[in-house]
Design a protein around this ligand. Structure first.
Ligand code: GDP
Ligand code: MN
Length: 389
């Protein structure tokens, strides 16, 4: 689960990561009031779940409250396009109004899970304020790393990183404390990513998290119910939000073959074989092992509400989800939705004969695939016929 910068800063602040004073604003009046509270010049920052806002015009400085209101009027409702949003951009609904700070240097701090070491890894770099992926590709020696133990970032590790990224001695203790606090927050919140870019050193020797990105591990959210209210559905694909309501793993992609599959591994294999057959999957969808006919019906409805879908490939290995349950759900959905796109089914496993019988007797237009390859080839061909370009 992703959250906004202002939410991430509020959480990090509770763990004593130094953050600038700021307030969230949903309109120009609130932005003006926030700027008045803060006093002096302020930064007005668009809150969307994507980075690169600075370059895209989503981070601007106002000299006073009335300028902040003016900037806010321009930003609220704008489509902000950054290298992370895709060309369609994201509509801005919220702003963060923050005090400005005298930046001396822009640095980088980040924590991600390193699956090879099976530990979170703390990264620090003197090259902040720019895309860290670029730094990693061009000058990897500028990224220092330290693996976290379950107890967090040890004091000696934090000091070594702080010196390593060129923090002057007088500010090393403050920087090391901020790093340890970030690690503490990461572990306590069950985050999967925490990134501060830039982490700044000011002209008066202080350090601050000027930007903040925190992503939580969905599988641990049951331990942090209070975090659920930070979710902003405006930032998520509407079909994915709908799918999550029914406990389905659905990710929208940009192809034309809708895939309905049980099990994440089989879903990945299905996407591969669709591509191998010359097509492109419209989605990843794992209806799960124990899906009910009702869930299958919803899955099918969500999959078909993507207008790009020209054919559907149903690839099911009946285990806990029995083939007859799947067939019942699919037939119910197909009737209810008056489905026009061709459907190719490949089913194996528990109650497969009963499942096939339900599909055939439904009177709906199903094509049966002999095996995975055959089914994928048929689905791709049908999608191409329905989509002549
Ligand atoms: P991002 O582009 O989405 O990563 O947004 P950031 O929050 O990182 O802001 C982008 C850039 O705006 C930063 O690297 C800074 O250079 C600049 N910036 C942000 N806040 C301030 C501020 O308070 N004062 C000044 N002078 N620049 C700022
Ligand atoms: Mn940033």
């Amino acid at each position: 689960m992703k959250i906004h910068e202002y939410q991430a800063k509020a959480i990090l602040g509770q763990y004593h990561v130094p953050v600038p004073r700021g307030e969230v604003a949903f309109n120009a009046e609130e932005a003006e009031a926030a700027a008045k509270h803060i006093g002096g010049s302020v930064v007005v920052k668009a809150q969307i779940h994507a980075g690169g806002r600075g370059k895209g015009g989503g981070v601007k400085i106002a000299r006073n409250a009335s300028e902040a209101a003016e900037l806010a009027r321009g930003m609220i409702g704008m489509k902000l396009v950054t290298h992370q949003t895709g060309p369609e951009g994201r509509t801005v609904h919220r702003l963060l109004v923050e005090e400005t700070l005298p930046i001396e240097r822009e640095l980088y701090l980040g924590i991600v899970l390193d699956r090879v070491q099976a530990k979170p890894v703390f990264m620090a770099s003197s090259a902040g304020g720019v895309e860290i992926e670029e730094v990693a590709a061009r000058t990897p020696e500028l990224i220092l790393k330290a693996a976290l133990d379950p107890t967090g970032l040890a004091a000696y590790q934090a000091r070594k990183l702080a010196f390593g990224i060129g923090i002057p001695p007088a500010s090393v203790n403050a920087a090391a404390a901020a790093m340890s606090a970030l690690a503490k927050a990461y572990l306590a919140m069950d985050a999967s990513l925490a990134e501060i870019n830039p982490f700044i050193l000011t002209r008066d020797g202080k350090v601050y998290a000027l930007d903040a990105k925190v992503t939580f591990d969905d599988n641990a959210l049951y331990r942090h119910k209070e975090l659920l209210e930070l979710r902003d559905l405006n930032e998520e694909d509407p079909l994915e939000v709908e799918a999550s309501r029914f406990g389905l793993n659905y990710i929208k992609l940009d192809g034309t073959v809708g895939c309905m599959v049980n099990g994440a591994g089989l879903a990945m294999a299905t996407m591969d074989i669709v591509q191998h057959a010359g097509g492109s999957p419209a989605n990843f969808l794992d209806v799960g092992g124990g899906a009910s006919a009702e869930q299958v019906r919803n899955a099918f409805r969500i999959l078909l509400s993507d207008a790009h879908v020209k054919a559907v490939l149903i690839n099911i290995f009946g285990g806990i989800l029995r083939c007859d349950t799947l067939a019942t759900g699919v037939v119910a959905a197909a009737r209810e939705l008056n489905v026009r796109v061709p459907i190719v089914v490949r089913m194996e496993g528990t109650n497969v004969d009963l499942g096939r019988q339900i599909l055939m007797e439904s009177g709906l237009n199903f094509t049966v695939g002999a095996d995975m390859r055959d089914a994928a080839e048929k689905a791709v061909k049908l999608a191409q016929q329905g989509n002549p370009e």
